[in-house]
Design a protein around this ligand. Structure first.
Ligand SMILES: [Cu+2]
Length: 83
């Protein structure tokens, strides 16, 4: 999964420290959390391995280079098991 971070002027933001978290809505379900590696040009990438089929909310969390915290919903996915 990749996310792109831009500032208010639309310029890419590098050097953030980000994690991608995938969560399911039901109780007792551990989130999948992976650090996102900067690729340059504001792009960050993480490899997520979903632990069950179903509906997942994907959040981006962490800190921007200026110290501000990030917590933003990035996607809602319906995950199906491969045949
Ligand atoms: Cu689940």
């Amino acid at each position: 999964m990749t996310v792109t971070v831009r500032d208010a002027a639309g310029q890419p933001v590098d050097a953030a420290t980000l994690e991608i978290q995938a969560l399911m809505a039901h109780p007792g379900m551990a989130p999948v959390i992976e650090p996102a590696q900067g690729q340059g040009h504001g792009v960050y990438a993480a490899h997520l391995q979903f632990t069950m089929a179903g509906d997942w909310d994907v959040l981006v969390t962490g800190r921007l280079p200026d110290g501000r915290r990030v917590r933003q919903r990035a996607a809602h996915l319906s995950v199906h098991a491969a045949d």
